[in-house]
Design a protein around this ligand. Sequence first.
Ligand SMILES: C[S@@+](CC[C@H](N)C(=O)[O-])C[C@H]1O[C@@H](n2cnc3c(N)ncnc32)[C@H](O)[C@@H]1O
Length: 290
Amino acid sequence: MSKKKNKVDLRDAGLRIGTILGSFFFKSEHLHYGYWDDLLEVNVDNLSLAQQKYSAFLLEHVPPEVKSILDVGCGVGENARLLLDKGFKVDCVSPSAYLTEKTREKVLDQCEIFECYFEQVETGKRYDLILFSESFQYINMEKAFEQCMRLLNPGGYILICDFFKVRPQSAQMRRAISGGHRIEAFFQTIGRFPLEQLKDIDITRYTAPNYTLVDQIRKTVILPLVQTVKDAMQSNYRCTSRLCSLIGRIFFRKKLEKLSYKHLSGNRNAENFALYKTYRLFLYHKQVND
Ligand SMILES: C[S@@+](CC[C@H](N)C(=O)[O-])C[C@H]1O[C@@H](n2cnc3c(N)ncnc32)[C@H](O)[C@@H]1O
């Protein structure tokens, strides 16, 4: 087995950490952004409500004739649970063992969970709608659409709610605000499939405030904590502090610079998110003859 195969998938670990912190501090297990409408003040207490609003927004765009849904990258199963409660037949795709276990606790035996990447799903089942709620950015687009064409019923739908890149970012800015396929590449790729666009709704304005929250946390928690630890080390453990700083500069300089830029520079904010990304809800229809 190659060395690489033994490594922990860092994106998966990030989602796992997000779930643990989210459920403890924010009383929410949703792994998507919140939808901050104009009535909702941006603060940590409202995050869970904003995430519920996002799910409600998503569900509003499921066409009325849809009965069966494949929820790709189901997180901890929050959307799947909501869809089941609304009477849909739902199956899930979950490549993460940890998130699959959490999903199973929520959906019990009401869903089949494909415990693999979407690209690897093999089944004779067909669905009326395939849902990507903030999972599309993780999947190769060409392969995703090929799979959708196989797994959708004739006349079925694809619902994607996710963010995309709208302009090139410097390496530093990519550290601050990462993720998303290029929007032009998305349109080019989907244009090669017999899919008709029914909806394209830009919700960047309502999702960007998630980064206002990130910036509030940086200012009120991360910066004061870092400063407190620095002060304590310098006054009480001056030699150890100098030694640690030297070791850090020699062995981990690049990693520390990246982390410091990402979490301390202040560039993870709503303005930059709205400048470099576009958050969209897309609904596509598989043409009946195909
Ligand atoms: C940001 S979370 C979104 C979770 C959930 N859909 C939600 O709206 O809260 C991303 C999800 O995509 C999943 N994922 C990542 N790569 C995937 C792939 N290639 N195929 C299927 N799911 C994938 C992750 O395991 C995780 O469940």
